[in-house]
Design a protein around this ligand. Structure first.
Ligand SMILES: [Zn+2]
Length: 90
């Protein structure tokens, strides 16, 4: 307690957690947050939580990028048309 600038550092760190985790901070700012998180459990937790969040979001993006096989659409279309596939080899 009573450390000058600690509160400022804390508020600043809280505001830049997401940038820090995404690697968008300049080296100097990154170092500042690093140093603060070293002695601030709140910010350390914040970084971990933010990392987990970023990781989860990236995971969702990965899922969205996966395309369903075209055959699925063919089957749905055929089923919707009410007809049986005329060229089914299996
Ligand atoms: Zn802090």
């Amino acid at each position: 307690m009573g450390i000058p600038g600690r509160t400022d550092d804390h508020q600043w760190s809280q505001q830049h957690l997401s940038h820090y985790v995404e690697g968008e901070l300049r080296p100097r700012a990154r170092h500042r947050l690093d140093r603060h998180a070293w002695e601030c459990v709140d910010c350390l937790r914040g970084i971990r939580a933010m990392r987990a969040l970023v990781h989860a979001v990236q995971g969702l993006d990965g899922l969205a990028g996966v395309r369903a096989p075209a055959t699925i659409f063919d089957r749905v279309r055929l089923a919707g048309a009410g007809g049986s596939p005329s060229s089914q080899n299996t």
